[in-house]
Design a binder for this molecule. Structure first.
Ligand code: ZN
Ligand code: ZN
Length: 255
């Protein structure tokens, strides 16, 4: 009979400081012996840590969540209100645009919270024309986009994927940054719609002639892979383990 025992590093865990861009990561390692299997919680450096540098760990299991949802969890669940990492203070500085809107005034700039950590009380402004927007306006745009996205029937295969891609193109011109979390959500739905259709040709063979529809499916899945890869690269730039499967997907789709 295999028995499991769990050992957690309660003694050393509190010695780490929290950061949303940590320099260590944790994983569970299995140790198999003849009659038992043990799990060990292992902390590894995921980038070079210099002497006297603070060793940090991401206390929240929400690394890939969009900015605002993550902030809510940090604040209300984990009681972390004063994280000063670049991702919290200025998400755009690390390329996190998961809550940036397109400016409805100049149609060119990006709108984001001037004080991201208190987003709902903050003024939101455009980085190009400097126009200011109250959070109530931002909320209205988000509700409108979300309602439209949720109203799309995802049970019609390619027809649903067409509608979702139309949503992505249209909203990326007028309302949402391409890296916005509603865009990621839309691409995720595209993948769901195409999953069963493209299952037979998931591993492309250069010797096979594919239909135009198949090639379009690959291109759309490739776009999805790029969007996800960009987001993962942003929030965990030095940890390739998370990127592995997305890179593999992109490689397969690049035929
Ligand atoms: Zn942070
Ligand atoms: Zn503007």
């Amino acid at each position: 009979m295999i028995c499991f025992s769990y050992k957690l590093l309660f003694g050393t865990q509190p010695r780490f400081a929290h950061s949303c861009l940590p320099n260590t990561m944790q994983s569970l390692d299995y140790e198999l012996t003849q009659d038992s299997s043990q799990l060990r919680l292992v902390t590894r450096a995921c980038t070079t840590i210099l002497k006297k540098e603070v060793i940090t760990l991401d206390f929240s299991p929400t690394a890939f969540y969009p900015y605002l949802i993550r902030q809510r969890i940090l604040r209300h669940v984990l009681c972390i209100e004063n994280c000063v990492c670049a991702r919290c203070v200025n998400p755009a500085s690390i390329g996190d645009f998961s809550d940036h809107l397109k400016c409805s005034q100049c149609k060119d700039g990006l709108v984001s919270a001037e004080e991201p950590t208190i987003w709902s009380e903050s003024v939101w402004s455009c980085n190009s024309c400097q126009e200011e927007f109250p959070y109530s306006f931002i909320k209205k745009v988000l509700i409108d986009c979300r309602r439209e996205l949720e109203s799309i029937d995802t049970s019609r295969g390619r027809a649903s994927a067409d509608e979702l891609m139309n949503f992505i193109r249209r909203r990326s011109l007028t309302d949402l940054h391409r890296g916005h979390f509603l865009m990621l959500s839309a691409y995720n739905k595209v993948e769901t719609c195409l999953r069963s259709i493209s299952a037979g040709v998931r591993q492309p063979d250069p010797a096979t002639v594919y239909s135009r529809d198949n090639i379009q499916d690959f291109q759309r899945l490739g776009e999805y892979g790029d969007v996800v890869d960009r987001h993962v690269r942003t929030v965990r730039s030095h940890v390739d383990i998370f990127r592995g499967k997305f890179c593999l997907l992109r490689l397969l789709l690049s035929y």
